[in-house]
Design a protein around this ligand. Sequence first.
Ligand SMILES: *[C@@H]1O[C@H](CO)[C@@H](O)[C@H](O)[C@H]1NC(C)=O
Ligand SMILES: *[C@@H]1O[C@H](CO)[C@@H](O)[C@H](O)[C@H]1NC(C)=O
Ligand SMILES: *[C@@H]1O[C@H](CO)[C@@H](O)[C@H](O)[C@H]1NC(C)=O
Ligand SMILES: *[C@@H]1O[C@H](CO)[C@@H](O)[C@H](O)[C@H]1NC(C)=O
Ligand SMILES: *[C@@H]1O[C@H](CO)[C@@H](O)[C@H](O)[C@H]1NC(C)=O
Ligand SMILES: *[C@@H]1O[C@H](CO)[C@@H](O)[C@H](O)[C@H]1NC(C)=O
Ligand SMILES: *[C@@H]1O[C@H](CO)[C@@H](O)[C@H](O)[C@H]1NC(C)=O
Ligand SMILES: *[C@@H]1O[C@H](CO)[C@@H](O)[C@H](O)[C@H]1NC(C)=O
Ligand SMILES: *[C@@H]1O[C@H](CO)[C@@H](O)[C@H](O)[C@H]1NC(C)=O
Ligand SMILES: *[C@@H]1O[C@H](CO)[C@@H](O)[C@H](O)[C@H]1NC(C)=O
Ligand SMILES: *[C@@H]1O[C@H](CO)[C@@H](O)[C@H](O)[C@H]1NC(C)=O
Ligand SMILES: *[C@@H]1O[C@H](CO)[C@@H](O)[C@H](O)[C@H]1NC(C)=O
Length: 495
Amino acid sequence: MRFSNPIPLLFTLSSIKSFVASQSTNGSVDLSWYAPAASQIDNLNTVINGSGVYGFIFNSSVLPRGTSYGTYDWCNMPHVRAQEYPRVNASFSLQYVEVIHRHHKRTPYAANTFPIESYPWYCDDEGLFYYGKPLPSGNGSADTYWSVYTSSSNPLAPQGFNGTCQFPQITRGGLDDSWQHGKDLYGVYHDLLDFIPKHYDSKAVSYRVTNNVITSQVAGMLISGMYPQTSGRDIPLLIQPDSIDSLEPAYTCTTASNLYSAYGSGSNATGWLLHLNASAPLYASLDALSGVSPTDEGFHMSWDHYFDNLSSRLCHAKPLPCNITNTTLCVTEAQAEEVFRLGEYEYSYIYRAAGPETLQAAVGSYGIWVAELAENLRHAVNASEPSSVGNATSERVRYRHNVAHDGSLSRLLAILQVETMVWPGMGSEVVFELYEGKDHMQGWYLRVLWGGQVLRSSNPSLGVMDLVPVQTVLDYFDGLVGVNATKIPGICNGG
Ligand SMILES: *[C@@H]1O[C@H](CO)[C@@H](O)[C@H](O)[C@H]1NC(C)=O
Ligand SMILES: *[C@@H]1O[C@H](CO)[C@@H](O)[C@H](O)[C@H]1NC(C)=O
Ligand SMILES: *[C@@H]1O[C@H](CO)[C@@H](O)[C@H](O)[C@H]1NC(C)=O
Ligand SMILES: *[C@@H]1O[C@H](CO)[C@@H](O)[C@H](O)[C@H]1NC(C)=O
Ligand SMILES: *[C@@H]1O[C@H](CO)[C@@H](O)[C@H](O)[C@H]1NC(C)=O
Ligand SMILES: *[C@@H]1O[C@H](CO)[C@@H](O)[C@H](O)[C@H]1NC(C)=O
Ligand SMILES: *[C@@H]1O[C@H](CO)[C@@H](O)[C@H](O)[C@H]1NC(C)=O
Ligand SMILES: *[C@@H]1O[C@H](CO)[C@@H](O)[C@H](O)[C@H]1NC(C)=O
Ligand SMILES: *[C@@H]1O[C@H](CO)[C@@H](O)[C@H](O)[C@H]1NC(C)=O
Ligand SMILES: *[C@@H]1O[C@H](CO)[C@@H](O)[C@H](O)[C@H]1NC(C)=O
Ligand SMILES: *[C@@H]1O[C@H](CO)[C@@H](O)[C@H](O)[C@H]1NC(C)=O
Ligand SMILES: *[C@@H]1O[C@H](CO)[C@@H](O)[C@H](O)[C@H]1NC(C)=O
């Protein structure tokens, strides 16, 4: 992720605070940062000396019997489903929906694997289809897919796991979860609400991905889960040029990068070092077991790498790793749980708990996507023509779907100032629903669902985001990022 590049420190906390304070309202809307609700996730004593992971699940896409849907499951986070969907009453009619979610479960990134892994990882139960084809007509193309192999004439061993996967790629289980996610969304927005069309129609629904291919791997399965007739058909996935991609996000925002590296991962700030220092004994044990060098910066500036390494094994029912020379020396369940508590702590710290800089950094690095969302909401409010006019990018689309990353969802949740921040697991979803009110409820309202339920914000202007007047949310977004993100170039270049 481009934002983690270490860049010299340019900011002090006092300059950040005055920046936030100097533009802290838009009309009656409060644009300032509010601290998250008190939570065990932020309690360093519990993180280091506690046990378990707050009842969160890390070892299956399927919840254990007796666990209710909505429980945090890192492998397959809760999303909108007909069974739990909170219905809005008849005074409101749904007019526009925008979904954003993290891709589904995958292998770890190569950078997060140990120098030598003790077992291989195979992906022969799926194909990653990749090819070009003339449009709208021309000679046909074969449906070609990647088949990963190594050759005996290539003296180099791949980084991390042997086997037949790309690291990362969405796994077979992740593809299945993506399909089910699409089917569940169709179950709500077609079967229950009759809002999206019965059959795929590019004038009414559109799908967007990032420049990281794993989001496209998810999109194909998800669309087919929603619209089975699309299987084998040509369906456009909207994507912005890599250098300006707002969804990933991949655009350069120097101010935001500087801020994150001043207080978060890679920094020497006291607030950040507190938990790294407190977890030094765990680092020592895991480094000795894994062969990761204690001076490897990637593994030691945050718990991200160990977290991804261990959680992706568990999500795929693979054993926790053992030392390759002493196979009785293995990562224990308790050690894995401490890594997961540390990871949750870090995400809460970076995106909410550290202070007002969490909001400012998120505004810089995700403000363009937020401005795009705001414009989509405005178009839906002002639409006078029926949604059958247009194309995948037109103003008439009534359902937009974005497949993104944990960095995308985290920044969005930072801007929405979610009450309790967690690390958004695989498939984590936020849905924006725009309603028109009737009778004595005249007007336009926005509902925001996080994990399938109403999102609660710490910012009093947003509050419980259950049918908030849409103008309030637009004033908040516009105040922070500007209409059409006009404030973002200035914010990003230090203005
Ligand atoms: C964890 O417990 C030990 C022993 O009681 C204590 O010294 C240490 O400060 C605790 N760690 C944190 C982060 O509170
Ligand atoms: C997942 O972990 C929990 C808690 O350690 C355990 O009770 C459960 O059996 C595990 N489930 C699977 C599918 O491994
Ligand atoms: C819907 O709920 C609102 C309060 O949120 C209420 O004012 C309105 O009367 C309700 N409409 C119906 C049809 O029940
Ligand atoms: C991985 O492959 C290399 C050769 O490429 C081999 O030396 C090594 O034993 C393999 N490791 C495992 C765990 O299979
Ligand atoms: C297929 O490619 C050939 C060679 O470029 C070209 O002559 C022919 O017109 C193409 N056929 C179609 C249907 O486009
Ligand atoms: C943090 O401190 C370490 C050790 O003193 C040093 O190597 C590193 O460059 C520092 N990092 C930053 C971002 O200042
Ligand atoms: C963390 O440990 C380093 C090295 O032992 C020390 O210099 C630093 O002051 C500690 N920082 C905190 C916040 O505990
Ligand atoms: C295995 O464990 C031993 C003893 O802790 C350690 O010295 C060695 O580096 C580990 N080897 C690997 C490759 O992980
Ligand atoms: C292997 O690891 C186990 C468990 O930590 C330890 O008891 C044993 O002494 C180790 N054996 C060797 C040869 O290092
Ligand atoms: C799609 O619609 C938009 C806005 O209505 C228009 O600007 C664009 O040119 C259209 N694209 C295509 C390929 O027709
Ligand atoms: C406040 O919100 C309005 C309406 O959304 C917008 O037009 C205006 O630019 C915003 N004001 C500031 C200071 O950003
Ligand atoms: C935002 O962009 C739209 C579409 O290009 C344009 O109609 C509108 O005037 C722009 N608004 C501002 C405030 O720049």
